[in-house]
Ligand binder design. Structure first.
Ligand code: S3P
Length: 175
């Protein structure tokens, strides 16, 4: 059985779209941590934040990291804050290669603005500067990745080829 490919990175960097396509290409199952958390709780991420707050969401996220970290051969898209806790990094790395997707603050800004209201940490008046600041605060967490790929101004196939190339170059065995 093979290693999981775990996509980490800031909101709006393309983790879910890249994950779906990568899973198709590798003929693997795709698991989206946030969607799984929504299923288990029977409500959207926004609703969990609103009703119970971020602390509760983060503990659901840690439980889910343990659960998905035990799987094999799957492509996992994490939420943007999933690697803020070291224990989650350990869970996800247990059987996984961590790939961080990066994007410019301007790109993130335009992507998150297309899906307004779905991301409780970014209010509707969020600016490029706010995103830059949060990116800087989180950089140390994203730096845990085995591979980093910038997704700005690239189509999905280019991003996927870069990921596969880096996995080969770094000799990170998938099987
Ligand atoms: C979060 C990112 C979101 C979601 C939650 C918190 C974060 O996922 O998990 O709103 O802390 O960055 P996406 O990265 O898929 O937007």
């Amino acid at each position: 059985m093979g290693k999981n490919i775990v996509l980490i990175g800031f909101m709006g960097t393309g983790k879910s779209s890249v994950g779906v396509r990568l899973a198709q290409k590798l003929k693997r199952q795709f698991v989206d941590m946030d969607r799984e958390i929504e299923l288990v709780n029977g409500m959207s991420i926004a609703e969990i934040f609103k009703r119970y707050g971020e602390v509760r969401f983060r503990s659901e996220e840690s439980l889910m990291a343990i659960k998905v970290g035990k799987q094999q051969d799957v492509v996992i898209a994490t939420g943007g804050g999933a690697v803020l806790k070291n224990e989650n990094i350990d869970s996800l790395r247990e059987n996984g290669i961590l790939i961080c997707l990066d994007a410019s603050p301007e790109d993130i800004f335009s992507r998150v603005n297309r899906k307004k209201g779905t991301r409780p940490l970014l209010n509707k008046n969020v600016s490029v500067q706010d995103i830059e600041k949060l990116l800087q605060e989180r950089e140390a967490s994203y730096a845990c990745a085995d591979i980093r790929v910038n997704t700005s101004n690239k189509d999905l196939d280019t991003i996927i080829n870069e990921i596969m190339q880096s996995i080969n170059d770094k000799k990170l065995m998938l099987n």
